[in-house]
Each structure stands twice: as C-alpha cells, then as structure tokens.
Design a protein around this ligand. Structure first.
Ligand SMILES: [Zn+2]
Length: 156
C-alpha cells in the first residue's frame, strides 16, 4: 500500500477515535505519523475502573498487518515498555486487515482484566488487586513526557 493511502486510512481512524469518549490519541513524534500514543479508560466493572492508561501503538505495518503495542506506565496488568503479545492484534497470524485502531485499543482495555489463562510476552502473570487499586489514582494524574498527554485534565 502506498504511504499516501496509509495516511488517508490513519487520518480516518484518528477522526473516528476523536468521537470515542473513552480514548484519545496523541502524536509523540511529529515526524512519524505511524507512532501513536493512546490514553484509554480502564474497563468498567473491574479493578481498573476509574484508571486511565497510556500506551504506544506502532502502525508501521497497519492496516495490512498487525500493530505493535506497549504500555508506558505501571498499571498492574501489562509490563511497562515491553512489547505485548495479543493473538490476532500484535501477531500476523489471526490479524484481519480492516481491524480498526479503536477496536485494538478496546481489546487492550478488556484484556487488562483477564488475570488467568494468559499466554505470551508482556503480561504480569500474578496480578495483585491491591497493586492495581493503588495504581488507579496514580494513573489519573499521569503525564507523558513524550506526547504531553495529561491524564489530570483528560476525559473531563
Ligand atoms: Zn504519550
């Protein structure tokens, strides 16, 4: 796919995400439109509820192929600054071209609260509810030094 066509798709995805009240995208590097940072709300009815989490998504191969994801601050579920392995999202096997970035972030959010039966890299295997709850208020005032996202004013 031509870079120009990829850019059109990314611009549409960015526009769509703007309408979603549960997530917001940022650009940490003005010269690289394929690296996004996204802040998203923790899943409802889980220990993460009320938390706001910040991830980096690498869209260099998108939309034909999988994305790469990592969380940028302590959260109690995903390891920090470590590539996540989510079948069909961060793996070419199972990837469906046309998967939206919003649905990638939604899957990332939902999977935070799946403490058992995890496989692969990037997870904290023994999640601890006290740690998660301790980190929720910290996540609400997180500021990203790279993109400037400020969780204390986001989603207000
Ligand atoms: Zn950021």
């Amino acid at each position: 796919m031509q870079r120009q066509d990829k850019m059109k798709i990314l611009a549409k995805q960015f526009g769509d995400m703007k309408k979603n009240p549960d997530m917001k995208a940022f650009f940490p590097n003005k010269n690289n439109p394929f690296i996004w940072h996204v802040s998203f709300k923790g899943p409802q009815d889980s220990p993460f509820q009320g938390g706001i989490y910040h991830c980096e998504i690498n869209l260099a191969d998108y939309p034909e192929d999988r994305v790469r994801l990592q969380l940028l601050h302590e959260n109690g579920s995903y390891k920090v600054n470590s590539p996540l392995c989510i079948i069909g999202i961060t793996t070419s096997t199972g990837w469906t071209p046309g998967t939206t970035i919003e649905s990638v972030i939604s899957a990332l959010s939902v999977l935070m609260d799946v403490p058992y039966g995890r496989e692969g890299l990037g997870y904290i295997f023994e999640t601890n509810k006290e740690d998660i709850l301790r980190l929720v208020p910290i996540s609400q005032s997180y500021v990203c030094a790279k993109c400037g996202a400020d969780h204390s004013t986001l989603f207000k």
